[in-house]
Design a binder for this molecule. Structure first.
Ligand code: ZN
Length: 346
């Protein structure tokens, strides 16, 4: 099969012919129709490896496709069914998995990080893992439901418990930031978005932001936040994972505030320890996207409570994946989608 292979950080992906994965008795083989590029993918290329990565590897973890082959013991799916493939394969057996706390699974595998991912024509996963994608949703929407929307739901509903009327500042108007914005609005929060691109901030307004701030245009970001909100924030959600935005996030929080970190990075970041202690700031990490929430997300979409409109802004075939990654790097996109079988399959 054809795949975009990651060999080393600081180098582009290479398009290669690699062995098509083989289906075991309990597995399904999926022809990948869409895989979106996330900042996590870009970070491995631009900043270095996650500790458990062992290249060469195929990146990409936001995928949807069509079941092409099922293992001999699989009853759940038949070939031809449309599916969402969640990013994290949990063990389905440990106490965390059995108690519906799957993001705490002790034996999880991250697609596109510790096993091959979606920037390829095919993937093989255990049959318990994929979810059916209803026909009214496109593969692009399927790609975004599994990780972006479910991940945002997990941040807002499982990890923070945002209360109505609380003032929330979100750093980063990428697909994840805009998804968290929509979920926070469902909780009745007042949500303010910070980014360095006006066109993304305009998008945030369309998704219901109560206020926007271009931190590149402010002399001191924290003072501009204060001015925009009229006070410091109850909750700041950092979706970027950069030293500068982390400091700005800490400085924008009121006493007793909650700082939520969900912009993945393996780098050491500066923390003002004294500030955390003195101001009794709670640090909350959030990662992953519980598979079992997918039906709830589909229901929210069906009820028009949330939207994926205008979330996909660029599309590329596999041969041009490095151009696609560049659109993220340059801040030219909300979400860029890769079509492994070509754009004519759109
Ligand atoms: Zn488990």
């Amino acid at each position: 099969m054809r795949a975009a292979v990651f060999h080393h950080s600081y180098e582009p992906l290479t398009i290669e012919n690699v062995a098509t994965p083989v289906v075991g008795p309990h597995d399904v083989k999926i022809a990948i129709q869409t895989c979106s590029i996330s900042h996590t993918d870009m970070q491995f290329i631009d900043q270095g490896l996650a500790p458990n990565m062992n290249p060469p590897i195929i990146l990409g973890h936001e995928l949807a496709g069509i079941i092409e082959e099922v293992g001999k013991d699989v009853k759940k799916f038949k070939s031809g069914e449309r599916v969402i493939v969640p990013a994290i394969i949990t063990c389905n057996q440990c106490l965390a998995c059995k108690s519906w706390n799957e993001t705490h699974c002790e034996d999880m595998k991250h697609i596109g990080i510790d096993c091959n991912g979606g920037f390829a024509e095919y993937i093989v996963v255990p049959a318990f893992h994929p979810y059916r994608l209803p026909y009214e949703y496109s593969f692009e929407e399927g790609s975004l439901i599994a990780n972006l929307l479910v991940g945002a739901y997990h941040v807002v509903f499982d990890r923070i418990n945002i209360r109505a009327g609380e003032k929330v500042v979100i750093f980063g108007c990428g697909g994840f930031g805009l998804s968290i914005l929509q979920m926070a609005k469902l909780r009745g929060a007042l949500v303010y978005m910070v980014d360095i691109f006006d066109w993304k901030l305009e998008q945030a307004k369309r998704f219901g932001a109560d206020g926007i701030l271009n931190s590149n245009k402010a002399d001191i970001c924290e003072e501009a936040v204060l001015e925009t909100l009229g006070e410091k924030a109850d909750i700041v959600i950092e979706t970027i994972g950069a030293p500068r935005t982390l400091l700005q996030s800490m400085n924008s929080l009121k006493k007793g505030g909650r700082l939520v970190l969900c912009g993945y990075t393996d780098n050491a970041l500066p923390f003002l320890i004294g500030r955390i202690i003195k101001n009794e700031i709670s640090l909350i990490g959030a990662a992953g996207a519980p598979r079992r929430k997918i039906p709830e997300i589909i229901q929210l979409l069906e009820d028009d409570k949330i939207s994926l409109d205008n979330m996909v802004t660029k599309r590329f075939d596999l041969d041009h994946i490095n151009d696609g990654i560049n659109t993220l790097r340059m801040g030219q996109t909300i979400r860029t989608i890769i079509y492994p079988f070509g754009l004519e399959h759109k």
